[in-house]
Design a protein around this ligand. Structure first.
Ligand code: RIB
Length: 309
């Protein structure tokens, strides 16, 4: 039985977000409607998602010695997240994300990693006690893969549960996958992971079913979530939601999922909990801004969509 302690090893970015009616095409200039500068980064978002849903959360990451870095740390502190594992580096400025969100709530994101790229194994080793105190360790792919490999090895030596959100997709060495307990990925990431560009969900499902001994959670936006394990697949419907901003929906899902797993809940319960959290997050603007608290989830009464086969 877990104690609800989550460690997130990952990124912090300042999100520079513009609302536009339509995402510009290549070579096109469009006039934006609003501009906001808000704390983000997949790692920080996932840490806050888990903290707001009742977990005791620590984070390991790296920011620059600049105002953005200060602001991002303050945002985590406000959520009572332990930030002793966040280092400030002089070698780079804080990571940023340039985001456009269109009228349908769809986003496109370009990140400049900055200080996130400076998170290395030495830094991880300094904070080994944070691993020891945690039930579950969560990773995404906005920090160097060598740091992720080193950290996952530590987790496995300590017998900890490892969740990896394969976002944004990077190829990982194949030997690392057997050390990952829960792999969370969306359709595009699954197409890259399986090297099947443009393939349908059915094709992805069949290929994922061939993977042994790994809990794979495929998030499909409004088409729900598919859980695949040892040749079997299970589908869970999304809620009917008017999407305002999908930024951070995947982070809401991963953070909520990690929070439930850290409390010793089963995988189906964790998926259902995480689907609700991401549904609430898409109905609100921003990334960290949109992440629900436990009371929001308890009050939430959405209708489920029909899963599209
Ligand atoms: O998942 C959303 C996040 O991706 C944003 O907050 C942005 O910083 C990028 O990391």
């Amino acid at each position: 039985m877990g104690n609800g302690n989550v460690l997130v090893v990952g990124s912090l970015n300042m999100d520079l977000t513009v609302r536009v009616d339509k995402t510009p095409q290549i070579g096109e200039t469009r006039v934006g409607k609003t501009f906001k500068q808000l704390p983000g980064g997949k790692g920080a978002n996932q840490a806050i998602a888990a903290a707001r849903l009742g977990s005791s959360v620590s984070m390991i990451g790296c920011v620059g010695e600049d105002d953005y870095g200060e602001e991002l740390q303050t945002a985590l502190r406000k959520e009572t997240i332990n930030i002793e594992g966040i280092t400030k580096t002089r070698l780079s400025s804080t990571g940023i994300a340039l985001i456009t969100v269109d009228d349908r709530g769809n986003n496109s994101i370009v990140i400049v990693s900055g200080a996130n790229e400076k998170l290395d194994s030495v830094h991880i080793d300094k904070h080994i006690s944070l691993f020891d105190q945690s039930d579950v360790i969560v990773f995404q792919l906005e920090v160097p893969t060598s740091t992720i490999y080193h950290s996952i090895d530590i987790c496995k030596k300590m017998g900890k549960k490892v969740i990896v959100n394969l976002a944004p997709y990077h190829e990982l060495k194949s030997s690392i996958y057997k050390k990952i307990d829960y792999l969370i990925l969306n359709k595009i990431e699954a197409q890259c992971f399986l090297k099947l560009p443009d393939s349908t969900v059915d094709t992805l499902e069949e290929k994922l079913k061939e993977i042994k001994d790994q809990h794979i959670i495929l998030t499909l936006g409004e088409d729900g979530v598919m859980y695949v394990y040892n040749g079997q697949s299970f589908k869970y419907n999304a809620y009917k939601i008017r999407a305002r901003d999908t930024t951070g929906a995947g982070d809401a899902f991963t953070g909520a999922f990690a929070s439930e797993i850290s409390r010793g809940k089963g995988i189906i319960e964790a998926i259902e909990f995480a689907i609700k959290a991401s549904a609430i997050s898409v109905s609100r603007e921003g990334a960290q801004n949109s992440l629900p608290f436990l009371k929001d989830l308890q009050k939430f009464k959405g209708n489920r969509r029909i899963f599209i086969e």
